[in-house]
Design a protein around this ligand. Sequence first.
Ligand code: 3HC
Length: 303
Amino acid sequence: KRPAGAPEAKLARPVAKVGVVGAGLMAGQLALVFARQLKVPVVMTDVDQARVDRGVGHVHAEVDRLVAKGRISADAANRTKALVTGSVSKAEFADADFVIEAVFEELAVKKQVLAEVEAVVKPECILATNTSSLSVTAIAQDLAHPERVVGFHFFNPVAVMPLIEVVRAPQTDDAVLATAFALAKGLKKTAVLVKDAPAFVVNRVLLRLMGEVTAAFDEGTPADVADGALAPMGLPMTPFTLAEMVGLPVAQHVAESLHAAFGDRFHVSANQQALIDAGVKGLWAPAADGGREVPESTLALLD
Ligand code: 3HC
């Protein structure tokens, strides 16, 4: 059955090579899922060789972890690893059919990156953005061909979260959209078509929840109490564990975008910003007994 709002599947273009802009945590997860599920070459780029090497190294380490868990054979692991390469040059995207960016969540950065990609790719190459909360229309608007841009929003951890939000901007071409849905199917994900509205659908709901918990924290309830109070509610993860997994700066950016769009319905946490400024990665740290505890640095900020 065709997903609601999706164009006819026969419009989809073949994708034989994928490019990923960025070699960070999200980019690596994307490279792995494309290589593993579509079995096509995936090239990752970043601004310097050290980042590229680290990104490819993370992908290879994750493949080794899958072998150790008995999820894939050694042969499949070697094939997957060989498919994922890295480069500092976007010229590697010249023969790519689909390039997705997963760089810093800042409009100017994403626009710049996609303009650089557009300068080297072939005319029919699709440009996708994994933005969490920025306008896909705005990201695409200064490109020569904004109709080739689509939002393709994954969730953490990419390997296990089953959903992709496909974002259609007003100018997105039907063939581009059809290819996005075909790719999602190849990746064994469920794709839903969402409007190009701030933070789309899932993050809007999540950020209401996270915003209320951080508001309680900002109002003086200790972080572990505000977060832990939700533990019996049947969520797969407590809100702060989730924020730590996606990265506090990403969570903060999404909250800021939603606050800018919808005002006080979305809380931007001063305490969370203080933690980011202090370089704290999360509210929790592994404790010696294997459990988790609030790190000293967090406690100091709370005083
Ligand atoms: N990377 C890869 N695989 C992972 C993983 C990770 N970071 N974390 C867990 N997994 C895998 C495990 O290896 C395991 O796989 P296996 O069955 O092959 O062994 C499987 O997931 C289940 O893991 P566990 O049994 O250890 O743990 P749980 O049952 O608690 O499930 C979870 C883990 C699926 C991550 C679950 O806690 C969950 O659904 N959490 C909520 C995640 C969520 O809401 N994500 C959305 C974040 S918002 C976002 O990303 C948007 C962005 O724009 C900000």
